[in-house]
Design a protein around this ligand. Structure first.
Ligand code: FE2
Ligand code: FE2
Length: 385
């Protein structure tokens, strides 16, 4: 039944797809791929060399930040037995993801993420299809306010290192939910997207849950905890508005939000070093390094969708940013972005502009050169006459 519904919907033209069916609009031409060949497009893309090793890496159990860096966590789970058994009894990745999304306690959410990814890896469960909750469950604290209402570092009761760490913990907890939401929300389209798509985003969720764990642990070592200062809900809102289109989701989350993390990471590390908190700076540095994989996954999956639908990735990405009002902000960390494999022309307007300008100048130059050549040929002919 689901398959039949998909087949019908997939034949709708891109712009005619009703809003509520737009998750499949990125695939509107896929279903007819067998009967009519799609236009082939050449894509200049160098994938991050670490992508394959990341995909094949064993389960990462280093959920504690020890004296010398990450190490396995020895203590038993602290999450509520009922929630744990819900994930333990679930029969698909999507069902487990929905339970994680419905878990409000941040530590439990992080632990259940790891349990879910471990079960998916070890028990070879199917992706399944499950309805995503409208929004992820959140703890009563931190209070969610508009970005303008968040106190500045000097008005906050937290010292600068704890303030920055709290902000990062909030980003990481959101990232857990964003990755699971991508898994669950698009699970009805697993047949088209393929298991690898879901394996990638469940893996991202597992990484993010580990990152949240390190931030939470370090906050506690500094005498604070997640929830001690207000936070904003901007990250979830960006995710929510791309809920009807998988290509828009990839543009909004890994290619904009996660890439923004690559831009901010080194600055944060430097500030923490300047503050004198080397332990926190090492945690943040490690997290920033691991974020490259998440952006690289986004690039790879976005290009794959563009190839399968015969759309040029650069203009498709820019069109999606406009259509979904996704803001792209600099300054950009070109080194990390290049490493993750995001082509610069996707995000750097001046890059495309400069290239086009150079091409136009070159045409003008060629024309002028041929006019001058003709003029001088004429004058030499006239001279001979
Ligand atoms: Fe992260
Ligand atoms: Fe990430």
């Amino acid at each position: 039944m689901l398959h039949l519904k998909l087949r019908v919907v997939l034949f709708l033209p891109f712009r005619a797809v009703p809003q509520k069916l737009k998750p499949v609009c990125a695939f509107s031409s896929l279903s007819s791929a067998s009967s009519s060949p799609l236009p082939s497009i050449s894509i200049n893309y160098t994938p991050w060399p670490g992508l394959k090793p990341w995909r094949q890496s064993p389960l990462n159990e280093d959920r504690l930040w020890g004296p010398n860096g990450p190490e396995p966590l020895q203590r038993s789970s602290s999450s509520a037995p009922t929630v744990q058994s819900a994930v333990g009894a679930a029969s698909s990745l999507a069902e487990m993801g929905a339970h994680v999304l419905s878990t409000a306690d941040p530590i439990a959410k992080a632990e259940l993420s790891h349990l879910a990814f471990s079960r998916w890896r070890n028990e070879k469960l199917p992706v399944g299809a499950f309805r995503a909750p409208d929004r992820p469950a959140r703890p009563p604290k931190p209070e969610l306010v508009s970005p303008k209402e968040i106190p500045s570092p000097k008005d906050s009761s937290l010292p600068l290192n704890a303030y920055m760490l709290h902000n990062l913990a909030h980003v990481e907890l959101n990232a857990v939910d964003l990755a699971w939401d991508t898994v669950v929300r698009f699970s009805p389209f697993a047949e088209i997207l393929g298991d690898g798509f879901f394996a990638d985003f469940a893996h991202v969720a597992d990484d993010e849950s580990r990152h949240f764990g390190w931030c939470s642990q370090r906050l506690s070592e500094l005498g604070f905890r997640y929830g001690d200062m207000p936070a904003h809900n901007v990250l979830w809102r960006e995710c929510e508005k791309s809920s009807d289109n998988v290509a828009a989701r990839l543009a909004a989350i890994p290619l904009v939000q996660e890439a923004r993390g690559l831009d901010a990471g080194p600055r944060l590390v430097q500030k923490l070093v300047g503050f004198g908190d080397l332990r926190t700076s090492k945690i943040v540095g490690r997290i920033a390094d691991e974020e490259v994989a998440h952006v690289a996954v986004g690039v790879d999956r976005f290009i794959s969708i563009c190839q399968r639908t015969g759309r040029p990735p650069s203009s498709t990405f820019k069109d999606l940013l406009k259509e979904y009002t996704i803001e792209l902000k600099g300054p950009f960390n070109y080194t990390s972005r290049d490493k993750a494999g995001i082509p610069r022309e996707w995000y750097e307007n001046s890059c495309t502009g400069k290239h086009e300008e150079e091409q136009q100048l070159s045409v003008v130059h060629d024309r002028l050169a041929s006019i001058i050549a003709m003029e001088s040929e004429n004058s030499s002919l006239n001279g001979r006459c």
